[in-house]
Design a protein around this ligand. Structure first.
Ligand SMILES: [Fe+2]
Ligand SMILES: [Fe+2]
Length: 287
C-alpha cells in the first residue's frame, strides 16, 4: 500500500494567543516533509471573529498550494451564544465559520487515504451538558448520527485506503486528565465500529498518542498558541500509516531556535479488515 504521511495540527487559535513565530516556522517546515495531507483538528480561532478566521484562512490557503488539507471546527469556532441549546436553529451558530470554511463535515481523498471530519462542537447544547459547570460550551459530544455517517463513508471507500477520522475534542483522557467528549464510553464503542485506522483530535492543548481499547490509534495534537497546558512546549504530530502500522511522532517547538524538532514516536498495529466467514464446499465455516 501507499505510505500515507499526515501533518496533524490543532488549536491554532488565531487571535491574541497565536504564536506567529510557530505559524511562520510551520509554513516553511511542513512543505519539506513530503506530506500526503495536512489535518487541522479545530479551534482555528479564539473567539470566532472575522479577523481570526481570515488569518487562519490565509495560512491554510498557503498550505493548500503545497498539499491537500482538511479542517474541522472546534468549540472556539462556533458562535454558540447566537443559538443557546439550539433554540434559534443550528445554522446561526455555524454561519460565520461556514463563510470561510465551506463544510462542517468535510471529506478529503488524497493518494492512499480518505479523511472524514466528524462534528463534535455544538457549544451550549443538551448533548454536551455535564454536571461540571466549567464544561458549559467547552465540552463536545459525538452524536450517533455522526459516527454512523463516518462508518458509511469508510465502508464505501475504495479498499486499501487508510481511513482517517478527524474530530476536534480529545477522545482519550488527555495529559490534562480531562475527556473532551461528554458520554465518551458510548462514543468509544461507536468509534471502534467506524472502521477508522486512526483518529486525529485536539482540544486538550497537550499532545498525546494512544489507543481506544488497545485497538484504535488516536493522535492528539497540541496547540500553536500561548495556551499550552502543563508548561510544556508546543507540539504537532506527524502521523504515518503503512500496511501494518500507525506511527505517531511528536515534533516539539524549540522557541530559542525557532524550529520544530523530532521527538517521541509511538507505533501501533493497524486494526486491519475485520475477519469474515469463509465459504467452503458444504457450508460456511465461521471464524
Ligand atoms: Fe483549543
Ligand atoms: Fe477546543
Amino acid at each position: 500500500m501507499t505510505i500515507v504521511t499526515i501533518a496533524h495540527l490543532s488549536d491554532l487559535h488565531f487571535g491574541g494567543y497565536a504564536d506567529l513565530k510557530q505559524m511562520e516556522a510551520l509554513e516553511e517546515f511542513l512543505p519539506t516533509l513530503n506530506l500526503t495531507a495536512l489535518v487541522v483538528s479545530g479551534d482555528l480561532s479564539q473567539r470566532a471573529r472575522h479577523g481570526e478566521f481570515q488569518a487562519a484562512h490565509v495560512f491554510l490557503h498557503r498550505m493548500r498550494m503545497k498539499m491537500p488539507a482538511i479542517v474541522v471546527p472546534g468549540n472556539h469556532d462556533i458562535e454558540w451564544w447566537k443559538s443557546p441549546l439550539g433554540l434559534l436553529g443550528e445554522k446561526r451558530k455555524y454561519a460565520k465559520y461556514l463563510r470561510y470554511y465551506s463544510e462542517l463535515r468535510p471529506v478529503l481523498e488524497a493518494p492512499g487515504m480518505i479523511a472524514a471530519g466528524a462534528l463534535s462542537s455544538y457549544g451550549f447544547s443538551l448533548g454536551s451538558l455535564t454536571w461540571n459547570v466549567r464544561d458549559i460550551a467547552v465540552k463536545g459530544h459525538l452524536p450517533r448520527s455522526e459516527t454512523k455517517r463516518i462508518k458509511k463513508i469508510f465502508d464505501e471507500a475504495a479498499p486499501g485506503l487508510a481511513k482517517i477520522m478527524v474530530v476536534h475534542h480529545n477522545v482519550l483522557e488527555g495529559g490534562t486528565g480531562r475527556m473532551g467528549l461528554a458520554r465518551w464510553q458510548s462514543a468509544h464503542k461507536r468509534l471502534l465500529d467506524t472502521g477508522a485506522d486512526v483518529i486525529l483530535c485536539g482540544h486538550d492543548h497537550y499532545e498525546g498518542a494512544g489507543q481506544i481499547e488497545g485497538g484504535l490509534a488516536v493522535s492528539t495534537s497540541g496547540t500553536h498558541s500561548y495556551r499550552q497546558r502543563g508548561g510544556r512546549p508546543s507540539v504537532f504530530n506527524l502521523v504515518t500509516l503503512d500496511a501494518q502500522s500507525v506511527h505517531i511522532q511528536h515534533f516539539r517547538w524549540v522557541s530559542a531556535d525557532r524550529q520544530f524538532i523530532a521527538s517521541d514516536k509511538f507505533s501501533f498495529a493497524r486494526r486491519g479488515a475485520p475477519k469474515v466467514a469463509v465459504s467452503v464446499a458444504g457450508g460456511d465455516q465461521g471464524l
